[in-house]
Ligand binder design. Structure first.
Ligand code: FMN
Length: 244
């Protein structure tokens, strides 16, 4: 079974999506090949949450098991042509930012992940999207930040950060989410935690529109990814034995 996984730059559901694909690959390594398509924002956001390095175990490299970074692609995304060639059994976008959902709903295909979705639908590959902003409120995980009310500016985190990511605050573009700063801070001034966010009406409406789109199924949380892929796999086995 060949799966294409598209990651966009959302912190919400990011760890849960990684858990699903890590488990899938470790359980079925002999039967599942996963190509990961990473948006430019996802490349930054996965690093800040300390997850980027886990991709190597999910997509170890080689045919149909590569990590495809949007930052290293041209403007026409030739790699997404694979979806027209019957190479994948499914394309899963998890998590899908409100930005990517809005583009998909409006037929825009000018980024690696939205282009993959467009080609997936055109090529008859079932597309599954896990949007982060469905409705109401969400509790989203936060990257590490320094609480300046508590910080005494001892400089220990600045000196010890392996990525030189700390000055006045933690630079999200340099932070790799290792958590060393939090561990060594004697004043507990470095925090992560969760924030509560209100979903915009426009994002709720876009998800409703996406539910009605041909070729796309919306999965409400990453919990549904495994069972969805397993049923595709079982059906493909049945189809193969029937054909024989
Ligand atoms: C740390 C961090 C977390 C983010 N989390 C979210 C999120 O949960 N949902 C969202 O819609 N955008 C989130 N964003 C903003 C997106 O990354 C940004 O809108 C980006 O342009 C999306 O591009 P993409 O859809 O091509 O990945 C986050 C940004 C940062 C820096």
């Amino acid at each position: 079974m060949r799966i294409a996984w598209g990651i966009t730059g959302a912190g919400h559901y990011l760890k849960d999506s990684f858990d699903v694909f890590t488990n899938l690959k470790s359980k079925f390594s002999d039967r599942v090949k996963i190509t990961t398509f990473v948006s430019k924002a996802a490349e930054e956001v996965t690093q800040v949450y300390g997850l980027f390095k886990l991709l190597g175990a999910i997509s170890p490299g080689g045919y149909m098991e590569e990590i495809i970074l949007e930052s290293q692609q041209g403007w026409s995304y030739p790699k997404t042509g694979r979806f027209s060639q019957g190479n994948y059994n499914a394309l899963v976008i998890a998590p899908a930012t409100s930005n990517t959902v809005a583009k998909i709903v409006h037929g825009i295909a000018d980024s690696l992940v939205t282009n993959a979705v467009a080609h997936g639908i055109k090529g008859g590959v079932p597309v599954y999207v896990v949007p982060v902003d469905i409705e109401g409120k969400v509790k989203s995980p936060m990257p590490y930040f320094i609480d300046r009310e508590i910080c005494v500016q001892c400089g220990k985190c600045v000196e010890n950060c392996p990525n030189n990511a700390i000055e006045e605050q933690i630079d999200f573009l340099k932070c790799q989410g290792c958590g060393l700063c939090r561990d060594i801070c004697e004043y507990n001034a470095i925090k992560g935690g969760y924030v509560e966010l209100c979903i915009r009406d426009v994002d709720t409406e876009n998800v409703k529109k996406m539910r009605k789109m041909d070729g796309i199924s919306v999965l409400d949380t990453p919990d549904y990814i495994s069972s969805t892929l397993q049923s595709i796999y079982s059906n493909s086995l049945k189809a193969t034995s029937h054909d024989l």
